[in-house]
Design a protein around this ligand. Sequence first.
Ligand SMILES: [Cu+2]
Length: 304
Amino acid sequence: MGHGATGGMPMGNMPGMGGMMGMGGRMGGMAMDLNDYDWDAYLANGRTLSDPEVVQVERGGRIQLRVINAAAATVFWIETGGAEARLVAVDGHAVQLASGTRFGLAMGQRLDIEIDLPNEGGAWPILALREGARERTGLILATQGAEVRRLDAMAESAAPAFDTDLAQEARLIALDGLPDRPVDRSQMLMLGGSMQPYVWTINGAVWGQHQPIIARSGERVVLSFHNMSMMGHPMHLHGHVFQVVGLNGRPVAGALRDTVHVPPMSMVDVALDAGEAARWMLHCHHMPHLASGMMTEFAVTASV
Ligand SMILES: [Cu+2]
Protein backbone atom coordinates (compact mmCIF):
# COMPACT_ATOMS: atom_id res chain seq x y z
CA MET A 1 0.00 0.00 0.00
CA GLY A 2 1.33 3.46 -0.69
CA HIS A 3 0.99 6.68 -2.58
CA GLY A 4 1.22 7.68 -6.21
CA ALA A 5 4.68 8.67 -7.35
CA THR A 6 4.02 12.26 -8.26
CA GLY A 7 4.29 13.64 -4.77
CA GLY A 8 1.93 15.23 -2.36
CA MET A 9 0.46 18.61 -1.75
CA PRO A 10 0.91 20.07 1.69
CA MET A 11 -2.38 21.20 3.11
CA GLY A 12 -0.91 22.82 6.16
CA ASN A 13 -1.19 26.50 5.33
CA MET A 14 -3.33 27.51 8.26
CA PRO A 15 -3.57 26.29 11.82
CA GLY A 16 -6.27 23.66 12.12
CA MET A 17 -6.97 23.86 8.42
CA GLY A 18 -7.65 20.14 8.19
CA GLY A 19 -10.53 20.49 10.58
CA MET A 20 -11.95 23.55 8.90
CA MET A 21 -11.81 21.90 5.50
CA GLY A 22 -13.81 18.97 6.77
CA MET A 23 -10.86 16.58 6.59
CA GLY A 24 -10.34 16.45 10.29
CA GLY A 25 -12.55 15.56 13.17
CA ARG A 26 -13.60 17.03 16.46
CA MET A 27 -12.04 16.11 19.72
CA GLY A 28 -13.07 17.81 22.91
CA GLY A 29 -14.11 20.84 20.88
CA MET A 30 -10.71 21.15 19.21
CA ALA A 31 -10.00 20.45 15.56
CA MET A 32 -8.03 17.29 14.91
CA ASP A 33 -5.95 17.10 11.76
CA LEU A 34 -6.12 13.77 9.96
CA ASN A 35 -4.69 14.26 6.51
CA ASP A 36 -2.26 17.10 6.02
CA TYR A 37 -1.16 15.88 2.56
CA ASP A 38 -3.26 14.89 -0.44
CA TRP A 39 -1.91 12.51 -3.09
CA ASP A 40 -2.78 11.79 -6.71
CA ALA A 41 -3.39 8.09 -6.13
CA TYR A 42 -3.62 5.52 -3.35
CA LEU A 43 -2.09 2.20 -4.31
CA ALA A 44 -2.34 -1.43 -3.23
CA ASN A 45 0.57 -3.44 -4.66
CA GLY A 46 1.19 -0.55 -7.03
CA ARG A 47 -2.34 -0.41 -8.46
CA THR A 48 -5.50 1.61 -8.03
CA LEU A 49 -9.06 0.27 -7.96
CA SER A 50 -9.45 1.10 -11.66
CA ASP A 51 -7.15 -1.87 -12.36
CA PRO A 52 -6.67 -3.73 -9.10
CA GLU A 53 -4.72 -6.89 -8.46
CA VAL A 54 -7.04 -9.90 -8.54
CA VAL A 55 -5.78 -12.76 -6.37
CA GLN A 56 -7.20 -16.14 -7.28
CA VAL A 57 -8.51 -18.01 -4.24
CA GLU A 58 -10.23 -21.33 -3.51
CA ARG A 59 -13.83 -21.37 -2.36
CA GLY A 60 -13.94 -21.89 1.39
CA GLY A 61 -10.22 -21.13 1.59
CA ARG A 62 -8.32 -19.47 4.40
CA ILE A 63 -6.17 -16.51 3.41
CA GLN A 64 -3.43 -14.84 5.38
CA LEU A 65 -3.00 -11.27 4.32
CA ARG A 66 0.05 -9.30 5.43
CA VAL A 67 -0.72 -5.61 5.10
CA ILE A 68 2.11 -3.08 5.24
CA ASN A 69 1.33 0.61 5.45
CA ALA A 70 4.11 1.90 3.21
CA ALA A 71 2.46 5.29 2.70
CA ALA A 72 4.32 8.45 3.65
CA ALA A 73 1.45 10.26 5.30
CA THR A 74 -1.78 8.26 5.16
CA VAL A 75 -3.44 6.05 7.74
CA PHE A 76 -5.66 3.31 6.31
CA TRP A 77 -8.47 1.08 7.47
CA ILE A 78 -8.43 -2.42 5.99
CA GLU A 79 -11.94 -3.62 5.33
CA THR A 80 -12.64 -7.26 4.49
CA GLY A 81 -16.33 -6.65 3.76
CA GLY A 82 -18.30 -9.89 3.42
CA ALA A 83 -15.41 -12.11 4.50
CA GLU A 84 -14.93 -13.05 8.16
CA ALA A 85 -11.53 -11.96 9.42
CA ARG A 86 -9.24 -12.10 12.43
CA LEU A 87 -6.24 -10.03 13.29
CA VAL A 88 -3.50 -12.50 14.22
CA ALA A 89 -0.35 -10.35 14.39
CA VAL A 90 0.78 -6.73 14.37
CA ASP A 91 4.25 -5.60 13.25
CA GLY A 92 5.06 -9.30 12.80
CA HIS A 93 4.27 -10.30 16.40
CA ALA A 94 1.38 -12.57 17.33
CA VAL A 95 -1.56 -11.16 19.26
CA GLN A 96 -4.53 -12.92 20.80
CA LEU A 97 -7.04 -13.29 17.98
CA ALA A 98 -9.21 -10.22 17.46
CA SER A 99 -12.13 -10.82 15.13
CA GLY A 100 -13.75 -8.17 12.97
CA THR A 101 -14.01 -6.89 9.43
CA ARG A 102 -12.20 -3.55 9.81
CA PHE A 103 -8.71 -2.98 11.19
CA GLY A 104 -6.59 0.14 10.94
CA LEU A 105 -2.90 0.76 10.55
CA ALA A 106 -0.72 3.83 10.58
CA MET A 107 2.40 4.44 8.54
CA GLY A 108 5.10 1.84 9.14
CA GLN A 109 2.73 -0.57 10.88
CA ARG A 110 1.89 -4.08 9.65
CA LEU A 111 -1.18 -6.25 10.15
CA ASP A 112 -1.51 -9.99 9.57
CA ILE A 113 -5.16 -10.72 8.89
CA GLU A 114 -6.60 -14.20 8.51
CA ILE A 115 -9.68 -14.43 6.33
CA ASP A 116 -12.09 -17.35 6.02
CA LEU A 117 -13.85 -17.27 2.67
CA PRO A 118 -17.41 -18.51 2.25
CA ASN A 119 -17.74 -21.95 0.71
CA GLU A 120 -18.96 -20.59 -2.60
CA GLY A 121 -17.62 -18.93 -5.71
CA GLY A 122 -17.35 -15.17 -5.76
CA ALA A 123 -15.23 -12.05 -5.47
CA TRP A 124 -14.29 -10.34 -2.21
CA PRO A 125 -12.74 -6.91 -2.35
CA ILE A 126 -10.23 -6.18 0.41
CA LEU A 127 -10.29 -2.42 0.68
CA ALA A 128 -7.95 0.10 2.24
CA LEU A 129 -9.83 3.24 3.24
CA ARG A 130 -8.02 6.52 3.78
CA GLU A 131 -8.96 7.69 7.27
CA GLY A 132 -11.18 10.74 7.42
CA ALA A 133 -11.64 10.77 3.65
CA ARG A 134 -13.45 9.05 0.78
CA GLU A 135 -10.44 7.75 -1.15
CA ARG A 136 -9.82 4.03 -1.13
CA THR A 137 -7.70 1.37 -2.75
CA GLY A 138 -7.39 -2.39 -2.45
CA LEU A 139 -7.27 -5.74 -4.16
CA ILE A 140 -9.80 -8.41 -5.02
CA LEU A 141 -9.88 -12.02 -3.85
CA ALA A 142 -11.78 -14.04 -6.45
CA THR A 143 -12.48 -17.69 -7.21
CA GLN A 144 -11.79 -18.89 -10.72
CA GLY A 145 -14.30 -17.54 -13.22
CA ALA A 146 -16.01 -15.23 -10.75
CA GLU A 147 -17.30 -11.91 -11.99
CA VAL A 148 -15.11 -9.06 -10.71
CA ARG A 149 -16.99 -5.78 -10.61
CA ARG A 150 -15.19 -2.49 -10.92
CA LEU A 151 -15.17 -0.44 -7.73
CA ASP A 152 -15.04 3.32 -7.51
CA ALA A 153 -11.86 4.73 -6.00
CA MET A 154 -14.08 7.10 -4.00
CA ALA A 155 -16.37 5.71 -1.33
CA GLU A 156 -19.78 7.28 -0.80
CA SER A 157 -18.83 8.54 2.62
CA ALA A 158 -15.64 9.34 4.48
CA ALA A 159 -13.98 6.68 6.62
CA PRO A 160 -13.70 7.52 10.32
CA ALA A 161 -10.55 8.72 12.04
CA PHE A 162 -8.25 5.91 13.16
CA ASP A 163 -8.11 4.92 16.82
CA THR A 164 -8.49 8.38 18.35
CA ASP A 165 -9.76 6.65 21.51
CA LEU A 166 -7.15 3.84 21.31
CA ALA A 167 -10.02 1.31 21.15
CA GLN A 168 -8.24 -0.90 18.62
CA GLU A 169 -4.92 -0.79 20.45
CA ALA A 170 -6.73 -1.70 23.68
CA ARG A 171 -8.01 -4.91 22.05
CA LEU A 172 -4.50 -6.10 21.21
CA ILE A 173 -2.86 -8.45 23.70
CA ALA A 174 0.55 -9.95 23.00
CA LEU A 175 0.58 -13.74 22.78
CA ASP A 176 4.07 -13.71 24.32
CA GLY A 177 4.77 -10.43 26.09
CA LEU A 178 8.04 -9.23 27.59
CA PRO A 179 9.12 -11.10 30.74
CA ASP A 180 8.14 -9.25 33.89
CA ARG A 181 11.01 -7.37 35.50
CA PRO A 182 11.64 -4.06 37.26
CA VAL A 183 11.97 -0.93 35.17
CA ASP A 184 15.47 0.57 35.23
CA ARG A 185 14.70 3.78 33.40
CA SER A 186 11.64 5.78 32.38
CA GLN A 187 11.56 8.59 29.90
CA MET A 188 8.73 10.88 28.80
CA LEU A 189 8.69 12.01 25.18
CA MET A 190 6.48 15.02 24.53
CA LEU A 191 5.22 15.05 20.93
CA GLY A 192 4.42 18.52 19.67
CA GLY A 193 4.01 20.57 16.56
CA SER A 194 1.66 22.56 14.42
CA MET A 195 0.51 23.21 10.88
CA GLN A 196 1.67 26.83 10.94
CA PRO A 197 4.60 26.87 11.09
CA TYR A 198 4.82 23.27 9.80
CA VAL A 199 7.24 21.97 12.43
CA TRP A 200 6.94 18.77 14.48
CA THR A 201 9.05 18.13 17.55
CA ILE A 202 9.99 15.64 20.26
CA ASN A 203 10.52 17.21 23.69
CA GLY A 204 10.25 20.62 22.03
CA ALA A 205 13.27 20.02 19.79
CA VAL A 206 13.77 19.21 16.13
CA TRP A 207 16.38 16.72 14.91
CA GLY A 208 19.80 18.31 15.27
CA GLN A 209 18.82 20.15 18.44
CA HIS A 210 17.57 17.02 20.17
CA GLN A 211 18.76 15.55 23.45
CA PRO A 212 19.27 11.82 22.88
CA ILE A 213 17.24 9.40 25.00
CA ILE A 214 19.91 7.37 26.77
CA ALA A 215 20.02 3.84 28.15
CA ARG A 216 22.46 1.06 28.87
CA SER A 217 22.33 -2.20 26.98
CA GLY A 218 20.11 -4.69 28.79
CA GLU A 219 18.18 -2.13 30.84
CA ARG A 220 14.40 -2.35 30.99
CA VAL A 221 13.22 1.01 29.69
CA VAL A 222 9.75 2.54 29.59
CA LEU A 223 9.14 5.27 27.02
CA SER A 224 5.99 7.36 27.46
CA PHE A 225 4.85 9.07 24.29
CA HIS A 226 2.69 12.01 25.27
CA ASN A 227 1.06 13.60 22.26
CA MET A 228 0.34 17.28 22.90
CA SER A 229 -0.56 18.03 19.27
CA MET A 230 -3.69 17.70 17.17
CA MET A 231 -2.28 15.10 14.79
CA GLY A 232 -1.61 11.41 15.43
CA HIS A 233 2.00 10.22 15.36
CA PRO A 234 3.06 6.64 14.55
CA MET A 235 6.24 6.43 16.65
CA HIS A 236 8.88 4.00 15.42
CA LEU A 237 12.05 2.81 17.15
CA HIS A 238 14.81 1.14 15.16
CA GLY A 239 16.52 -2.05 16.27
CA HIS A 240 14.06 -2.96 19.02
CA VAL A 241 10.74 -4.58 19.72
CA PHE A 242 8.67 -2.95 22.44
CA GLN A 243 5.46 -3.90 24.23
CA VAL A 244 2.57 -1.48 24.64
CA VAL A 245 2.13 -1.33 28.43
CA GLY A 246 0.01 1.78 29.00
CA LEU A 247 -2.87 3.52 27.22
CA ASN A 248 -3.72 6.95 28.61
CA GLY A 249 -2.26 5.89 31.94
CA ARG A 250 -4.11 2.58 32.12
CA PRO A 251 -1.75 -0.42 32.40
CA VAL A 252 -2.18 -3.03 29.65
CA ALA A 253 -0.35 -6.16 28.46
CA GLY A 254 -0.55 -4.88 24.91
CA ALA A 255 0.94 -5.87 21.59
CA LEU A 256 4.60 -6.29 20.78
CA ARG A 257 5.41 -3.72 18.14
CA ASP A 258 8.04 -1.50 16.63
CA THR A 259 5.63 1.28 15.61
CA VAL A 260 2.84 2.54 17.83
CA HIS A 261 0.21 5.09 16.83
CA VAL A 262 -0.19 7.87 19.39
CA PRO A 263 -3.46 9.74 18.71
CA PRO A 264 -3.91 13.46 19.36
CA MET A 265 -3.85 14.46 23.04
CA SER A 266 -3.18 10.89 24.17
CA MET A 267 -0.45 8.99 25.97
CA VAL A 268 1.00 5.58 25.12
CA ASP A 269 3.67 3.83 27.23
CA VAL A 270 5.92 1.16 25.78
CA ALA A 271 8.45 -1.09 27.52
CA LEU A 272 11.57 -2.60 25.99
CA ASP A 273 14.91 -4.08 26.85
CA ALA A 274 17.64 -1.82 25.49
CA GLY A 275 19.55 -3.72 22.82
CA GLU A 276 22.91 -3.44 21.14
CA ALA A 277 25.09 -0.44 22.04
CA ALA A 278 24.39 1.96 19.17
CA ARG A 279 22.51 5.13 18.27
CA TRP A 280 19.05 4.02 17.22
CA MET A 281 16.68 6.31 15.37
CA LEU A 282 13.41 7.08 17.15
CA HIS A 283 10.96 9.01 15.01
CA CYS A 284 7.45 9.68 13.79
CA HIS A 285 6.70 7.56 10.71
CA HIS A 286 4.69 10.38 9.09
CA MET A 287 7.38 11.34 6.60
CA PRO A 288 6.69 15.10 6.39
CA HIS A 289 6.68 15.21 10.21
CA LEU A 290 10.00 13.35 10.23
CA ALA A 291 11.40 15.68 7.57
CA SER A 292 10.42 18.75 9.58
CA GLY A 293 12.30 17.44 12.62
CA MET A 294 10.25 14.83 14.47
CA MET A 295 13.12 12.48 15.19
CA THR A 296 15.47 11.81 18.07
CA GLU A 297 17.84 9.00 18.94
CA PHE A 298 17.78 6.23 21.49
CA ALA A 299 21.47 6.15 22.44
CA VAL A 300 22.37 2.81 23.99
CA THR A 301 25.76 2.43 25.66
CA ALA A 302 27.44 -0.85 26.55
CA SER A 303 26.53 -2.31 29.94
CA VAL A 304 29.27 -2.06 32.61
CU1 LIG B 1 3.99 12.72 13.35
